[in-house]
Design a protein around this ligand. Structure first.
Ligand SMILES: CC(C)(COP(=O)(O)OP(=O)(O)OC[C@H]1O[C@@H](n2cnc3c(N)ncnc32)[C@H](O)[C@@H]1OP(=O)(O)O)[C@@H](O)C(=O)NCCC(=O)NCCS
Length: 193
């Protein structure tokens, strides 16, 4: 059974993290949930500092505390995906982005890995007392919204996103309920230390 865990980004994954993002670029893929790593490819150290600032309680105006993780597969110790979890929402995030952004590297998609990623993300939400996770996705990105539905997400709205003018869908995931409902499937896929 393959197992996965979250790892906080650090210097020791520098080369691998850059290679991870380059795989998206090579495949012309959207990049989400990386905490901006794709904008810091030539300043990985600066990105690590940014992540520390992202988590600080006293954010500059308009910023909220957020956590970013690598999703790592235990068997080959490889970065498979990433997630960015906003622990508090501001008005902008309520309208665009919600609590969670995520991605799985192109070569590892359609294997159910993002469902594991979201399950782990919901556990982080639970630890930080986020009771209802709000997520959104483009309507033409079923891999994203089906992930939400697979973890008990309830579609609350279809709308035109004011930021990028795309047809979008918004989901609410009741965090405790989801974890209780799906723990038998996903706990065995998580590396417990
Ligand atoms: C969205 C993304 C994270 C999905 O990752 P993934 O590991 O392939 O997803 P999973 O294999 O866990 O599949 C999740 C669900 O989506 C479905 N799915 C996966 N790929 C799909 C596709 N290309 N078309 C339709 N459904 C798809 C799966 O069948 C599964 O649904 P199910 O439980 O009903 O069977 C990945 O495609 C990605 O990184 N995309 C680029 C970044 C992005 O768009 N992030 C989301 C922004 S909101």
């Amino acid at each position: 059974m393959e197992e996965f865990f979250y790892e906080e980004p650090s210097l020791r994954r520098k080369d691998e993290a850059i290679e991870f993002i380059n795989e998206f670029i090579k495949n012309n893929s959207n990049i989400n949930g990386t905490g901006g790593l794709d904008r810091y490819l030539d300043d990985y150290e600066g990105w690590l500092v940014k992540l520390e600032q992202d988590y600080r309680a006293n954010q500059p105006e308009g910023r909220v505390p957020a956590l970013t993780y690598f999703l790592v597969r235990e068997s080959d110790n490889k970065i498979i995906g990433m997630i960015n979890i906003r622990l508090v929402l501001n008005d902008y995030l309520r309208r665009h982005g919600g609590h969670i952004g995520y991605c799985i590297r192109p070569s590892e998609r359609e294997k159910g890995y993002n469902k594991i990623n979201l399950y782990l993300g919901l556990k982080v939400c639970q630890q930080h007392e986020v009771e209802e996770a709000l997520l959104d996705a483009d309507l033409d990105n079923p891999a994203s919204w089906k992930t939400m539905e697979s973890l008990g997400g309830i579609r609350v709205e279809e709308y035109i996103d004011e930021v990028d003018q795309t047809k979008s869908v918004r989901y609410i995931i009741p965090v405790d309920d989801s974890i209780n409902r799906y723990k038998d499937i996903y706990e065995s896929k998580i590396k417990h230390y």
